[in-house]
Design a protein around this ligand. Structure first.
Ligand SMILES: Nc1nc2c(c(=O)[nH]1)N[C@H]1C(S)=C(S)[C@@H](COP(=O)(O)OP(=O)(O)OC[C@H]3O[C@@H](n4cnc5c(=O)[nH]c(N)nc54)[C@H](O)[C@@H]3O)O[C@H]1N2
Ligand SMILES: Nc1nc2c(c(=O)[nH]1)N[C@H]1C(S)=C(S)[C@@H](COP(=O)(O)OP(=O)(O)OC[C@H]3O[C@@H](n4cnc5c(=O)[nH]c(N)nc54)[C@H](O)[C@@H]3O)O[C@H]1N2
Ligand code: SF4
Ligand SMILES: [Mo]
Length: 798
């Protein structure tokens, strides 16, 4: 996940209430006492010092860590003491950083390419030379082709200390769209509220209030590892977890019920449930009438809503806005009335004449649109028995129920928005949104309502990056002539590696800043060593808000080898280009700017208080981590839940309509050559490619591809075989493991690892880069269908 959810007006009100009840001073006092006790317990010995930092953003956990440095070397990592034990966490990846940060895969010094691109031949140069080389090349490219001909992008993890400034200062292009993680969100958010509508508005700690949690495309126990305890707590309290996953995933193994559907067919499963719920009248009629737009009148020919549009001014922003009044059919007066009419008796279904024209309700259209999605159809499409669809639909409709959709699985299929739209529809229809124990959306951030607005380092007016497209689009055109990546962008943020390589070859200059020797390192002109979150040149190397805390990346060690932080690399480049004055002088100055915020949740927080509190301070008013009542206020045009999308009429998706995956569907003739669907997901042993080089992790989790034993047998393959994975786009080599948990006709692999662990090849060689055009009219853009990929596997060398 790239963008983080921002607090909502609703949640902010919730916060103010909570703050008033608890009292800000009381909380701060209590927390200080706790810290004093913890510091005393952990008194270091003579040659030991303690340091505090935060860990990965991208495993969605951001653990707060206490680090012991012995004789100048990182010796032990523990969770930082926290009064709230839910936030006192660490996993093996964190603990093993004592080895990993000194590991072989670490980039140690600036290096300039001397051989061909891809040859891996480099020679060490000084930082001055490196900065000079970048400055000259950036300048030449921007002078010749314009500022936007330079592309600078940070991977999510590389932007988790200080917010990047370089793309803004240079007016370079940077990515505004990721091409992943927001596919279901694209289809879901507009039913509830712009942007935040894709995040659950309550927290994972409220799952115990639900009767059922449907986990769709979510392997929570690995991908939100430290929050999985909330799921277990809920199970203990009697909540039933139902996991939809083609693979018997670790989460499926802990769930109460597993539905092993065919990959890429979640929309069909939900459409089948929806039709069943309609046919059996299992929807929540009262909720639908009072809180959804489903009784609104639409023109049956065009699908457009009967509505009046008036101009108004947004009281908060002063911007002109459209105010829409929709119409419902009032059965009491037998007339169309505005949707805001108090005391009306709206008709749910039927055909009505208004001003001589025929209208139907959205609900009437819904019944018609859902007609094709019979249980038999859904069962055949998803490869799930009819009884299972009926059973899940019945449990879900009864509620209170939650849909926890994460951002894997179907999100990496061509039809991802349809899945998100289905969740919004079924939740609105059954009243499983907007009340306690209900909810729908992403829970991975688990504390969505508790997000504080940090301050910023202010740049001169108009100094901003150009940001209109995603990396997946940039690789297709030749308008960019130079690039710099902070992290492994080219191998992760576009599919079809051979095409990406062609693009890299077309560039005049390309540089990389990374901690580890990631896959793209051998293909760039200049490699720069970045320090880890355990290393800082200053007292502080980053400040962020996560886990309902403000966190500080405080110094544990000086930068190892010749590394520098991303901040000092950006600043060094800017200095070489005569723009260094625009940057903060050092980490302290940047940290203070970020901490200058008028958000009441962080009132009184300073760099000093953060240091006193061992690098973490709880947001004021966030103790409870429960949203008292979500209410029925949505910033949709009608203020109701709106699962009917007028703006998607042209795509036949006003209500969700089945659309097959673009490559990995059963009838695709390509299956004859490439019979296996390629399921890629994440694992507890890595955070994307990070930890690939970690020796201790390698001992327990070597990169491999997994097949069901039946599929291996038909190919004459055995556990441990060296194999080649291929399709028309490319190929890679790895080791095969057999696993009954993998669905027949598919292969499973953890995304992703560095080339050096795949015999110099890369899994992105085979992934599908066909984008769904509909994505371009959606706010988060099209998504890369990584999993909508067909492959075949054979013994390597055959
Ligand atoms: N084939 C395939 N591709 C995929 C996916 C898939 O399922 N299949 N999933 C996609 C998804 S969902 C995502 S989110 C992306 C994630 O892919 P990335 O955006 O690459 O993942 P991150 O963990 O954000 O970044 C990891 C990179 O940043 C480096 N790094 C870590 N910390 C720092 C730092 O402080 N500074 C610098 N400069 N570098 C740092 C790491 O060494 C590594 O190279 O991958 C996508 N790509
Ligand atoms: N430890 C760790 N945690 C992480 C990350 C990491 O790299 N490491 N990365 C973070 C990031 S950026 C992301 S995007 C999230 C992703 O976290 P999740 O959303 O949990 O996604 P995945 O792990 O990609 O896949 C989840 C499950 O979906 C299943 N699946 C595959 N295809 C389908 C399908 O068609 N339908 C259904 N219902 N299920 C399917 C997979 O088998 C897998 O078990 O994890 C985050 N957390
Ligand atoms: S990798 Fe492990 S220790 Fe680090 S933040 Fe994630 S869960 Fe916590
Ligand atoms: Mo992601």
């Amino acid at each position: 996940m790239e963008q983080k959810p921002r607090g909502t007006a609703l949640s902010r009100r919730g916060f103010l209430k909570a703050a008033a009840a608890v009292g800000a001073a009381g909380f701060a006092g209590a927390s200080l006492t706790g810290i004093a006790a913890s510091a005393a317990q952990a008194e270091p010995t003579a040659n030991e010092t303690l340091g505090f930092t935060y860990h990965n953003e991208h495993c969605l956990c951001n653990c707060m860590l206490q680090c012991t440095v012995r004789d100048g070397r990182l010796a032990m990592i523990q969770p930082r003491e926290n009064e709230d034990k839910r936030f006192q966490n660490v996993c093996l990846k964190g603990i093993s950083e004592v080895q990993n940060i000194y590991g072989d895969a670490r980039i140690q010094r600036p290096m300039k390419r001397v051989g061909e691109r891809g040859s891996g031949e480099f020679e060490a140069i000084s930082w001055d030379e490196a900065f000079q080389m970048i400055a000259e090349n950036f300048k030449a490219i921007q002078d010749k082709y314009g500022k936007e001909a330079l592309w600078i992008q940070f991977s999510t993890e590389a932007s988790q200390r200080f917010p990047p400034l370089l793309p803004s200062v240079l007016g370079a292009q940077t990515s505004s769209m990721n091409g992943y993680d927001l596919g279901q969100g694209n289809g879901q958010f507009q039913a509830f509220s712009p942007w935040i509508g894709l995040f659950a508005q309550n927290t994972i700690w409220q799952w115990d209030e639900a009767a059922v949690v449907l986990m769709a495309n979510c392997n929570l126990v690995e991908t939100s590892l430290t929050w999985a305890r909330a799921m277990m707590n809920a199970q203990e309290a009697g909540t039933k977890i139902i996991c939809l996953d083609p693979r018997f995933s670790p989460t499926a193994s802990k769930a109460d019920q597993w539905v092993g559907l065919r990959a890429g067919t979640d929309p069909a499963f939900f459409l089948g449930m929806t039709k069943y719920i309609l046919d059996e009248e299992l929807y929540d009629r009262e909720h639908v009438l009072a809180h959804t737009a489903l009784p609104f009148l639409i023109d049956p020919e065009t699908g457009l809503c009967l509505a009046d549009v008036a101009e108004a001014v947004d009281p908060e922003t002063g911007e002109p806005v459209e105010v829409k009044t929709f119409y419902m059919w009032d059965e009491a007066t037998n007339a169309a009335v505005p949707h805001t009419t108090e005391g009306a008796t709206p008709a749910l279904e039927g055909e009505f004449t208004v001003n001589g024209k025929r209208y139907v309700t959205q609900f009437t259209r819904l019944r018609k649109d859902m007609e094709p999605y019979t249980l038999e159809w859904a069962s055949a499409t998803c490869d799930v028995p009819v009884e299972v669809i009926v059973d899940v639909a019945t449990q879900y409709a009864k509620g209170p129920s939650i849909i926890c959709n994460s951002v894997g699985g179907i999100d990496k299929f061509y039809n991802n928005d349809v899945a998100g739209h289905c969740y919004a529809l079924i939740a609105s229809l059954t009243g499983n949104y907007g009340k306690r124990g209900t909810g729908c959306g992403i829970y991975g951030y688990h504390v969505t309502p508790y997000e504080a607005a940090l301050g910023a380092w202010v740049l001169p007016e108009g100094m901003a990056p150009v940001s209109t497209q995603g990396f997946f689009d940039v690789v297709k055109d030749n308008a960019v002539h130079g690039a710099m990546f902070f992290g492994d962008i080219p191998t992760q943020k576009a599919a079809n590696w051979n095409k990406t390589l062609e693009w890299i070859d077309s560039l005049d200059f390309v540089a990389l800043a990374d901690i580890y020797h990631s896959s793209v390192a051998d293909f760039v002109d200049l490699v720069l060593p970045v320090c880890s979150k355990f290393e800082c040149a200053d007292e502080v190397g980053g400040v962020k808000c996560a886990n309902a805390h403000i966190l500080a990346n405080l110094k544990v060690l000086d930068p190892l080898f010749e590394s520098k932080s991303d901040f000092y690399i950006e600043k060094g480049i800017a200095e070489a280009m005569g723009l260094g004055d625009l940057f903060p002088a050092d980490g302290e100055e940047y940290a203070r700017a970020l901490l200058s915020s008028d958000d009441p949740q962080m009132a009184g927080f300073t760099l000093e208080t953060l240091k006193e509190n061992n690098g973490a301070q709880r947001l004021i008013g966030s103790e409870e981590l429960r949203v008292p009542e979500i209410g029925f206020e949505y910033t949709t045009p009608s203020g109701r839940q709106e699962p009917y999308y007028e703006n998607m009429l042209e795509f036949g998706q006003a209500f969700p309509a089945w659309e097959a995956p673009c490559e990995a569907y059963p009838e695709n003739p390509l299956r004859e050559k490439y019979p296996l669907q390629f399921n890629q997901a994440r694992s507890r042993f890595r955070v994307h490619s990070a930890y690939s080089g970690a020796k201790w992790t390698q001992e327990v989790a070597e990169p491999c591809i997994e097949l069901n034993p039946a599929d291996a047998a038909t190919r004459g393959l055995e556990d441990g075989d060296a194999v080649e994975v291929f399709n028309d786009r490319g190929s890679f080599r790895t080791v095969l493991h057999l696993n009954e948990a993998v669905r027949p006709d598919s292969a499973f692999m953890v995304e992703s690892t560095y080339r050096q662990y795949l015999d110099g090849t890369i899994m992105q060689s085979v992934s599908n880069d066909q984008l769904n055009e509909r994505g371009y009219v959606m706010p988060f853009g099209p998504m890369i269908p990584f999993n909508d990929t067909l492959i075949e596997i054979k013994k390597a060398g055959e």
